[in-house]
Ligand binder design. Structure first.
Ligand SMILES: Cc1ncc(COP(=O)(O)O)c(C=O)c1O
Length: 454
């Protein structure tokens, strides 16, 4: 079978283990997955949910292999993490080498080269050619928390501005910054103070059309009236919102906000945790409109599945923090750094930015054709390999979460792993690994089409 998208991964991934083919040998979840799920229910806290309780033993390319021998097509990448594929060869090689050498010293005690090399790569790859510094952490939420710490230290101000539909994490500060109550916040307060929410540019759900610059003026007016520019340390925004519904702001929204930040001494923080590392068809989503953030938070796609996150930004802002003010026991762990260097080498050497664009070119026309046939699709949106459909009651813009769940369940039953998101729970999102084969991508879209038809 030819695979124009990834010729060398058309049958076996380069790690040599995973055949690139959907196979269903049992219903999903199969009997062994159901046994494991019974153990999960008895042993794991109920608050830790599992969307599709199919227990995975191996994965690579665009395929997840479960304990029953089923092979599922992966349109989720573990929530935008395994962009380079699971067990990607360069990640595996570097991790194996590193884990056999040393596993931990704590960078704050006795340092090692991998941490420095990851920071050098981040300083080189993130938008803007100004002098930069980076600091490494364990999770996306931790990176966002640290970006806020740094912005407050630099500005001497307290207030943090975030947006409707935003998702920034589940720690106390990032829960305050996240918009949606259920399931992220309900019952977990009180939340951190000095977090203010501004209206987002969400073209599909605007009551009347509004341009990006008008939407920015609306947000700025709220900030200036309700917070005050001179009290605002940071404005934190996802260039394309992830959990909030793959909301792509209207052109001009981000540049106008960035410009307002510059004029008012507010630190513009791009949360690129979901959009970063080639996912949207640029190395970072901000590049699409030439926006250069003061600070960028990254995680997810940075390290091929190992836990790593970072804050990267203007040297003078990053260096305003006193020695010892940033860090943590595991931040920039050597094994995670080795994985990141393998993932970054893969993205750059294998042209994954271009591959994300190719995925968009394949998916979007197909989804638009489905939108012409099926009235439930209100909008097709996204960029690169971060694409979604918003599901509505036909003929309206009323969100239909029940239909979204039905579609998702139908895809899962057929062996296609899709995720949902959105403030209203009505967005079906697609985040395939950037190394997925074209044949699997097409087959996944066929399954989706059948779900709509069913
Ligand atoms: C934009 C964004 N920010 C922050 C986070 C939090 O990252 P983590 O789950 O690694 O803490 C996420 C996770 O989905 C995210 O999408």
């Amino acid at each position: 079978m030819t695979d124009t998208l990834h010729p060398d991964l058309s049958t076996l991934d380069a790690a040599g283990a995973v055949e690139q083919r959907r196979v269903l040998v049992t219903e999903l979840p199969g009997p062994r997955s159901r046994e494991l799920q019974a153990r999960k229910v008895a042993a794991v806290a109920a608050g830790v949910g599992t969307m599709l309780p199919v227990y995975v033993v191996r994965a690579g390319g665009g395929i997840l292999v479960d304990v029953d021998g089923n092979q599922l097509i992966d349109f989720g990448s573990g929530i935008a993490v395994t962009s380079v594929g699971n067990a990607a060869p360069r990640v595996v090689a570097r991790v194996q080498d590193q884990v056999a050498g040393l596993t931990h010293t704590c960078f704050m005690v006795t340092p090692y080269e991998g941490y420095v090399a990851v920071c050098e790569a981040l300083n080189r790859l993130t938008p803007g050619d100004h002098v930069k510094r980076s600091a490494l952490f364990n999770s996306g939420a931790e990176a966002v928390e640290n970006a806020v710490k740094i912005a407050r230290r630099w500005t001497g101000r307290d207030a943090v501005v975030v947006f409707d539909h935003a998702y920034h994490g589940r720690t106390n500060l990032t829960m305050a910054m996240t918009a949606k109550n259920m399931p992220y916040k309900d019952g977990f307060g009180p939340f951190a103070g000095e977090v203010y929410r501004a209206p987002m540019s969400y073209p599909f759900q605007e009551p009347a059309p509004i341009s990006g610059t008008e939407a920015a003026a609306r947000a700025i007016s709220v900030i200036e009236k309700q917070v005050g520019a001179d009290r605002t340390a940071a404005l934190v925004i996802e260039p394309i919102q992830g959990e909030g519904g793959f909301v792509v702001p209207a052109e001009g929204f981000l540049p106008a906000l960035a410009d307002w930040c510059t004029r008012n001494g507010v630190v513009f923080v791009a949360d690129e945790i979901q959009t970063g590392f080639a996912r949207t068809g640029d190395m970072f989503a901000c590049e699409h409109e030439g926006v250069v953030p003061d600070l960028v938070t990254t995680a997810k796609g940075i390290a091929g599945g190992l836990p790593l996150a970072a804050v990267t930004g203007r040297a003078e802002i990053m260096d305003s923090v006193h020695g010892g003010g940033l860090g943590g026991t595991y931040g920039g762990n050597p094994v995670a750094c080795a994985a990141a260097l393998g993932a970054i080498a893969t993205i750059e050497s294998d042209g994954l930015v271009e591959r994300a664009r190719r995925i968009e070119a394949l998916m979007v026309p197909r989804l638009r054709a489905l939108a012409d046939r099926f009235g439930q699709i209100g909008e097709v949106r996204g960029r690169g390999a971060m694409i979604a459909v918003e599901i509505v009651t036909p003929g309206t813009r009323r969100p239909d979460a029940a239909e979204t769940s039905r579609l998702s369940a139908a895809c899962h039953a057929a062996g296609l792993v899709t995720l949902t998101c959105g403030t209203y729970g009505n967005v079906l999102r697609f985040l395939p690994p950037l190394v997925i084969g074209e044949d699997l991508l097409t087959e996944g879209l066929d399954i989706l089409e059948q779900a709509f038809a069913g």
